[in-house]
Design a binder for this molecule. Structure first.
Ligand SMILES: Nc1ncnc2c1ncn2[C@@H]1O[C@H](COP(=O)(O)OP(=O)(O)OP(=O)(O)O)[C@@H](O)[C@H]1O
Ligand SMILES: [Mg+2]
Length: 372
């Protein structure tokens, strides 16, 4: 048995040692301790030396002594010291006090495990964490600045835009006097572009509010059928101008949904607006609504340009404008679908798309039914 202990003591990389409690004189030490202390001597050469002559203690020593004194043993105590050549070391320390059977003298027996590597990794991790936290804070600050900037600029845009639009509209309607055909055409272009810019401002402000987590939903029970009919009626002139026919087809007897009125308008306006935008003259846009799987599903279907399958995964990303020439040349910033997805999800619903290039697209979203 003694052989076994001896072999283990020589074999282990942990430091094992005994010392007198009162003055810290080393009575026994193994090679593990010599290595941990970074010394270049045999374990036997440590015997008779004082601990404080082979270790430069730092603040924890007092704590260990105090705990040992109090309870007679300590377990898993992590402490830091410096070796005589100035290297920082951390060890995991277990020790107990026993009495020498012959002299009655108090003896401390200890095992220390070198955890310096682990501590270095922990320190690096801590530093990396601090750097990350700082970057995160910086990004948050920049994001706040960006949000403030978008909000301020967008609001500043609104007033002149409204003035430009309404005066152009008044002139186009000949309320300020006769205008010739060329002037009329130009005025209508101004009105249309002002509308596009106004849509962009609305989308930017919406996205800004959503991103800042400040979109507050005022949920109430709404008639999905009425809602769809209203949005379709509001967009009918735009569709007619393009020669696109637009139909509302809510299921008979469709009940109420739980939604925020403003958000639902934004969702439908964006989807129906897209359907009209990406459908050519002679095409049709149909908005259906029906009960499915305990929810109300709204489908906005068109027989327009369609979207290539490889782009469908990105379609709901901010600023994604699609591959078609039309999308690239036309107006729009690629914000509408990102807003739709976010708002639908905030309502507890989901959104999906089915599309075939050249045949048309179908965007579907679900809403919760209002409690009866
Ligand atoms: N009904 C549709 N038919 C064909 N392509 C569509 C349809 N809806 C969306 N897309 C494609 O998805 C892209 C992203 O749509 P989204 O509504 O997010 O942006 P946008 O309409 O281009 O600009 P915005 O909505 O900001 O005015 C569009 O640019 C277009 O390529
Ligand atoms: Mg859009």
């Amino acid at each position: 048995m003694e052989d076994l202990y001896k072999r283990l003591l020589e074999f282990t990389r942990d430091g094992v040692y005994r010392y007198t409690w009162e003055d810290g004189r080393i009575l026994m030490a193994n090679q593990g301790l010599v290595d941990i202390l970074d010394l270049d001597c045999s374990p036997g050469a440590l015997v008779g030396k004082l601990l404080r002559d082979v270790i430069i203690y730092t603040e924890e020593e007092g704590t260990i002594r105090h705990s040992l004194e109090k309870s007679g043993e300590v377990h898993g105590f992590e402490y830091h010291f410096k070796t005589l050549n100035g290297r920082d070391k951390w060890v995991l320390h277990d020790s107990l006090i026993v009495k020498d059977p012959d002299t009655g003298e108090k003896i401390a027996e200890a095992i220390v495990k070198d955890i310096t590597e682990r501590k270095h990794v922990e320190e690096e991790l801590c530093k990396a964490h601090e750097v990350l936290a700082q970057s995160h804070e910086e990004l948050r600050r920049l994001n706040e600045l960006k949000s403030g900037f978008i909000s301020a600029v967008s609001h500043e845009f609104r007033t002149p835009l409204t003035i430009i639009r309404s005066f152009s509209d008044i002139m186009a309607k000949k309320k300020l006097g006769e205008v010739n055909d060329r002037q009329l055409e130009n005025l209508r272009t101004v009105v249309k572009q002002a509308d596009h810019l106004s849509d962009l401002v609305t989308n930017l402000l919406d996205l800004n509010t959503i991103e800042a987590g400040k979109m507050e939903l005022k949920m109430r029970s709404l008639s999905a059928a009425e809602f769809i009919e209203d949005v379709v009626a509001a967009l009918a002139p735009l569709a007619a101008e393009k020669g696109v026919s637009i139909k509302a087809r809510p299921e008979e007897g469709l009940g109420l949904v739980e939604a925020d009125e403003h958000c639902l308008t934004r969702i439908l306006n964006n989807l129906v607006g897209n359907a009209v935008k990406f459908t050519s003259s002679g095409g049709t846009v149909t908005v259906r609504a029906f009960e499915a799987g305990g929810m109300v599903e709204v489908d906005v279907e068109d027989d327009g340009t369609g979207i290539p399958g490889c782009y469908l995964a990105e379609i709901f990303d901010e600023f994604f404008r699609g591959p078609t020439e039309r999308a690239r040349q036309g107006w729009g910033a690629g914000l509408g679908l990102a807003i739709v997805k976010n708002l639908v999800e905030q309502h507890g619903g989901s959104v999906r798309v089915h599309s075939e290039l050249g045949k048309g697209s179908m965007f579907a979203f679900t809403l919760r039914k209002a409690a009866p």
